[in-house]
Structure formats: structure tokens, C-alpha cells
Design a protein. Structure first.
Lengths: 390, 224
């Protein structure tokens, strides 16, 4: 039946003016869906991927964010002596107390300021979070007021920033490096020495403690040990779960809004596709009657026309994916509602979103093609043969 | 006399227009032996095309029976009829009904898609059919690149490519100038004489009807 497929394909080509408009419509709707998926992927990547599956995050009991949490030095010390924590090559436990604070910075080329997360930490944080690496300059010297800024901060707030000073707390801090973090939220943060930052803010407690498990089964033993110790009023979470919870509200909101718009556009696209296919059927009524008279069965006519519809959908899907590839270079920023700070992220194209977009484009084209294809297959042959037209 | 390949027995066919019954054929009987070339003439609405539709099973009689190529056409299921039509019926249409996006060869190949022939066998059949209608040099031409007469010859090649038992022609010269019409009729006549095809042709054109062995005149659904 290759010839019937060729018939369908050439008809699409022959009506290129009409079909191009339909394909463009279907492609735009598919691109809207893809953009929504890419937004969600970007947020997931920025937030969920920030967490490592081997890391645990400890917060004060009842605190839902690092900003609202507090861990005293002695509590941090007790936790770092627990078994099940991975160690550095020189035998230190890979458990890092961190202080998270917010500062206000003005974006390059904008008037209004935005909040930026400053994370007081230790140089071992680069081991704890291997996705973070220095891209320019060097890391801070412990015990100094030096800082490293995330790539998104460098791009959006502090261009040509290495060597410049930034006021954080009651001190001036020297920017000595820029770090990249594979598109995760750490690219929107500023890192420096935790003790210096606590001093700058006059704080006597950390915000959180992040530790690396020595093995995946150690989670339960650490959780049990902390729960059993009355000095430690702390909650233990897998770092990835913490970031997933933080991203959930925002990602769900964006997806819900996006899918609602996509659905409305999709209804329009289906109607457009249906009208195109009705037009295609109407202009070929006599041909269809002839094919039926030759002995082609309604099912064969139906499948040829649905194939034609699917071809429009496939072309539209590919166009949308092409658009999605271009969107990958777009970086957006939003308010991270759990920290009330600026979070920059890239629209991210994944194989899953490509697959969904292609499936969506094929589905709406198929949906639009079904009514006219059924109509064509059911045409009374004698009436079809006497229809004016080509 | 050969055995009948088409048999109408007391056939009545009515259509409904705005709930009004319009009779087209009334108590119509006809027997067409194998190898016959029959022309059906008559004014518009006399039932000429209905006869072709009933033979091909595109329409069903209101009363009576129609037998063609070994089956009672009026009693078959649509899916069986489609298969039977592909094997036994060849159509020649007034407006050729070629598919503009397919070449002459591809148009002629269409009926063979419903046969079990391989691609190579189909190509051979197509070349033979187009050779028979004198269009071997136009195999790769699209309909828009052919004259009206050539398009109709492609239509005839398509009708005969599967070697059907019966050839039905509905006003085959109705859209052609005089010379092209004559060429088409000579071709149909050759198919009848050389290949012994059974042909039922509906026409308004007396010159075309002269090529048939017998002419049936219809008026208001009855033989006159």
C-alpha cells in the first residue's frame, strides 16, 4: 500500500499553502506544550537536581526551609561524630554546617533589587556537591571575607565581578571566583566562609547541616540516632527530597497554568486540523468515490486520510521540537517562594518532553483528522462520483 | 450464444427526494451475454447510470435481483462487494477521475494494489495496459501533462489493467472533442474485439453508440 501512502504524502505537498498554515498552527500549540514541559524540567533541574541522592539535610524540627532553621554549633558537632557519615581522604567527616542569608542586589540593567541567597559554607562543599565547580578564579580562603558567586549571579547581577567588593552583613567581601553548577539553584547563590558570615551577621547558629552518607543504608541509622538523642531537636531529610518539596508548589503551579493554556490552544488546533482535513476531503470527493468504485474499502480510505493527518502532526511536532531546541538558550528567573530569593533556570529539553510533544502533535492531528476521514470513508460512492471537483 | 454475464430480473429502483419516491427503473429485465458490447442510450434521468451502478454493486435495487460475473450482486455485503469489484469490474468515467498527484503509471497501478501481485508483476501489467492504449511513452507523466484524450486512455488502461470480467463505461467520450472521442471509441472497440471484453457503455453520443454491437434505448426506466 506504499502507493496509497505516497498519494497521501503528495496531497499534503500539493496543498502546501493550506497545509503549511495548519502545520504552523499545530506546531505553535505543540511548542506551547513543549515550553511548559521545558519550564517544569528547568525548575526541576534547578531545584531537585540541586540535591544529591547521597546527601542528607538536617534542619531544626518544624522548620520547612533553611532560612527558617537554626542548628547550634554543639548540635552540629554531635551530628558530625555519628557513624555512617562519609569521610574526606584526610579522615574528616563530610558534614558541613551552613548559614543561609539573603542580601538584596540590583540586576544589571534594572532598577528594582532582588533577593539573592548567600551561603556560608566550607570548601568541602565542592566535594559534597560535585555538580558545583569553579569556572573562573579560585575558591575562598577559610577565615577570610572572600566569596565565590554563581554563574547566574555573575551574568545577571555582577558582570566582570572578580576583584570587586560586595557588602554582605556588616562587612565588605571580595569576589574571587565564579562557580557553575549544571543549571542547579547553586548557580543563583553566593558562597563564602561560614564562620565569617556568622560573624558578619552576628549569628550564633547555623541554618542547616548537610552530610554525605557513607553508604545508602546509613540513612536510617543516622535518622534513628538523631531521633533518640534529646539534645538534637533536628529533622533529617534526604537533600533531594527537601529540594523536591521546595520545587513542588512552583512547578505544579506553572504546569497547571501551562497545561490549561495548552488545552485551550489544543482545542483550537484540533478544530483547525479538522477544517483542513474536511477541505482536503471535500476537494477530493470524486477521487475518493473512484477509489471506492475500484474496490478500495472504507477502512483503506480511512487509513490513508488518517495517515495524511498524522503526517501534518509529525511535521508540526518536529517543527515544535526545533523551536524547543532554540528555547534551550533562554534563561528565565523567578522568585523561589521557599527562600524568597531570585532563582534563575534554563528551559530544559529532555527526551521525555520531546516524546510527549511528538505524541501530543500526532494526537491532536489524529483527533482533527478522524471526523473528516470517517466522513470520506462513508461517502456514498454513487454520489461521490458525481460531485463536481477535480 | 454465450452464457449471460449480467442478468437483471424484474428490477425496480427508486430514489427518494424530499421524501418523494422517484422511480428510475421499473420492472426492468436484461440479459447481457459474455463478450457483448452494449451501449445504453437515453435522456437524462432515464436510468442509464443506475444500470451501471447496479451492475457494479454501487447501488442496490429496490426490488428484483442483479447477477453479474457469477454472483447475485444485490445480496452481497459491502466488504465482499469491494473485493469482487476489484477483481471483476473495470470503470471508465466521463471525467477520467485520475488522481492528479500520481503519474499515469501510478494511476493505472491503483486497482492492482488490491490484487496479490508483487510490485514487479504490477509494473509489467501497468506497462502492458499503457502499451495497449498507446501511452507507453507517457508512463511518468502526471495527468496535468496529458491531453483530455490521453487522460481518458489512461483511465481505460486503469480499467483494464486487472483484466476484469466486465468493463463499465459512463459517458467515456462525454468530455472529449470529436477526434479524441473517436480514438477512445476505437480503443474500446478493439478491447471488445481483440480481448473479447464485455462492455456496457452509457452514452448520449450516437456516434459513440455506433461502435457497440447493440444499443439499448431507455426512457423513464423502461426499454423503448
Amino acid at each position: 500500500m506504499k502507493l496509497l501512502w505516497a498519494y497521501s504524502a503528495r496531497n499534503v505537498w500539493m496543498r502546501s499553502g493550506t497545509t503549511m498554515l495548519t502545520i504552523a498552527g499545530l506546531a505553535l500549540v505543540s511548542l506551547v506544550l513543549l515550553a511548559v514541559l521545558m519550564l517544569g524540567n528547568g525548575l526541576d533541574r534547578a531545584l531537585i537536581e540541586s540535591g544529591s541522592p547521597d546527601n542528607l539535610l538536617l534542619l531544626r524540627k518544624g522548620a520547612t526551609t533553611e532560612i527558617a532553621s537554626g542548628i547550634y554549633r554543639d548540635q552540629a558537632h554531635v551530628v558530625s561524630t555519628l557513624p555512617g557519615i562519609a569521610r574526606t581522604t584526610d579522615g574528616r567527616p563530610l558534614a558541613i554546617p551552613e548559614l543561609v542569608a539573603l542580601i538584596s542586589l540590583t540586576k544589571t540593567g534594572a532598577d528594582s533589587p532582588a533577593n539573592v541567597v548567600v551561603r556560608g559554607t566550607r570548601p568541602d562543599a565542592f566535594r559534597l556537591r560535585p555538580q558545583v565547580r569553579l569556572s573562573q578564579g579560585r575558591t575562598w580562603q577559610p577565615g577570610t571575607t572572600e566569596i565565590v558567586i554563581g554563574a547566574q549571579i555573575a551574568t545577571r547581577f555582577l558582570r566582570d565581578s572578580i576583584g570587586t567588593h560586595l557588602r554582605i552583613g556588616k562587612r565588605d567581601w571580595l569576589v574571587v571566583g565564579i562557580m557553575e553548577a549544571q543549571g542547579t539553584a547553586f548557580e543563583s547563590e553566593i558562597w563564602g566562609d561560614v564562620d565569617q558570615l556568622m560573624s558578619a551577621y552576628g549569628r550564633d547558629s547555623y541554618s542547616s547541616l548537610t552530610l554525605r552518607l557513607s553508604n545508602t543504608t546509613a540513612f536510617q541509622s543516622i535518622d534513628d540516632a538523631i531521633a533518640a538523642d534529646t539534645r538534637l531537636l533536628l529533622q533529617v531529610k534526604r537533600e533531594r527530597d527537601y529540594y523536591r518539596e521546595k520545587s513542588m508548589t512552583m512547578a505544579t503551579f506553572i504546569r497547571l497554568l501551562g497545561f490549561t493554556f495548552t488545552f485551550i490552544f489544543a482545542v483550537g488546533a484540533v478544530l483547525g486540523g479538522t477544517m483542513t482535513m474536511y477541505g482536503a476531503v471535500a476537494s477530493r470527493t470524486r477521487e475518493i468515490g473512484m477509489l471506492r468504485a475500484l474496490g478500495f474499502r472504507p477502512r483503506q480510505i480511512l487509513s490513508a486520510l488518517l495517515f495524511e493527518s498524522l503526517m501534518l502532526g509529525a511535521l508540526a511536532g518536529l517543527l515544535a521540537i526545533g523551536g524547543g531546541m532554540a528555547l534551550q538558550f533562554v534563561t528565565l528567573s523567578t522568585m523561589n517562594f521557599s527562600t524568597f530569593s531570585e532563582l534563575a533556570f534554563r528551559l530544559t529539553l529532555t527526551p521525555g518532553s520531546i516524546f510527549i510533544t511528538l505524541g501530543f502533535a500526532l494526537s491532536i492531528s489524529l483527533l482533527g483528522g478522524i471526523p473528516p476521514a470517517i466522513r470520506a470513508a462513508r461517502l456514498p460512492v454513487t454520489a461521490a462520483l458525481h460531485t463536481p471537483g477535480r | 450464444m454465450s452464457q449471460s454475464v449480467i442478468e437483471f430480473q424484474r428490477v425496480t429502483k427508486s430514489y427518494f427526494r424530499d421524501e418523494q419516491e422517484v422511480p428510475v427503473l421499473r420492472n426492468f429485465s436484461l440479459s447481457i451475454p459474455s463478450g457483448k458490447f452494449l451501449a445504453v442510450m437515453g435522456p437524462s434521468g432515464s436510468g442509464k447510470t443506475t444500470i451501471l451502478n447496479l451492475i457494479a454493486g454501487l447501488d442496490r435495487p429496490t426490488q428484483g435481483t442483479v447477477h453479474a460475473a457469477g454472483i447475485e450482486v444485490s445480496r452481497q455485503r459491502e466488504s465482499d462487494l469491494a473485493r469482487w469489484r476489484a477483481r471483476h469490474i473495470g470503470f471508465v468515467f466521463q471525467f477520467y477521475n485520475l488522481i492528479p498527484v500520481l503519474t499515469a503509471a501510478e494511476n493505472v497501478e491503483l486497482p492492482l494494489l488490491l490484487s496479490p501481485l508483487t510490485k514487479r508483476e504490477r509494473v509489467k501489467h501497468v506497462q502492458a495496459a499503457l502499451g495497449l492504449v498507446g501511452l507507453s511513452d507517457r508512463i511518468h507523466h502526471y495527468p496535468r501533462q496529458l491531453s483530455g484524450g490521453q487522460e481518458q486512455r489512461v483511465g481505460i488502461a486503469r480499467a483494464i489493467v486487472s483484466d476484469p470480467t466486465i468493463l463499465l463505461a459512463d459517458e467515456p467520450t462525454g468530455n472529449l472533442d470529436r477526434d479524441a472521442a473517436q480514438a477512445v471509441m476505437v480503443l474500446l472497440s478493439r478491447l471488445h474485439l481483440e480481448l473479447n471484453k464485455t462492455i456496457v457503455m452509457v452514452t448520449h453520443d450516437p456516434r459513440a453508440a455506433e461502435y457497440a454491437q447493440e444499443i439499448l434505448h431507455l426512457d423513464k426506466g423502461k426499454v423503448t
